[in-house]
Design a protein around this ligand. Structure first.
Ligand SMILES: Cc1cc2nc3c(=O)[nH]c(=O)nc-3n(C[C@H](O)[C@H](O)[C@H](O)COP(=O)(O)O)c2cc1C
Length: 145
């Protein structure tokens, strides 16, 4: 579900939690597993993603990430891709009690020829790698259920 429309989280919402906050939590909690795909903004995750995470961890004691098997993956053009953003994101999710895909790590570096004209991943080996990542997430979901 879209996250850009969520207001900035503030403590006042703990007392009066709005429907869009519950909708986000319901989307996460009804899933077998979660795949978070992120770019990197200034060596961290984008503010819009952090805000959505803050919403999903509230009201107090009701974090939607606890026991939700989760994979983290990211792509950017930078030399170290999204490694720093993903490290931040994983430490947030671990603190929320989310079981994470540890391996493989997926730091996808985007180049001009990364996608074909019809939007497919051009490299066969990258496609295989991404499929392997999704299989690792599926295995985590299976182990957790
Ligand atoms: C404010 C801002 C900060 C960014 N900081 C980084 C960064 O620290 N490291 C990085 O690899 N890419 C950085 N990028 C590039 C993004 O990760 C991403 O590759 C780029 O925005 C292209 O993705 P998009 O077409 O979805 O916007 C930044 C982009 C923006 C807009």
């Amino acid at each position: 579900m879209p996250i850009a429309h969520l207001p900035f989280f503030g403590r006042q919402f703990d007392e009066d939690f709005p429907a869009e906050g519950w909708a986000l939590k319901e989307a996460i909690e009804s899933a077998d597993g979660l795949l978070v795909v992120t770019p990197e903004y200034n060596r961290s995750i984008p503010g819009v993603l952090k805000n959505a995470i803050d919403w999903a961890t509230r009201p107090p004691g009701r974090s939607s990430f606890t026991n939700t098997p989760t994979g983290v993956i990211g792509a950017s053009r930078g030399a170290i891709s999204t490694a720093v953003a993903q490290a931040h994101l994983k430490s947030i999710l671990v603190a929320q009690g989310a079981p994470l895909v540890g391996r493989p790590e997926a730091y996808i570096r985007i180049t001009d020829d990364f996608f074909t004209d019809d939007g497919q991943v051009a490299s066969e080996s990258t496609r295989r790698f991404l499929t392997g990542f999704l299989e690792a997430l599926r295995d985590l979901v299976d182990r957790w259920s």
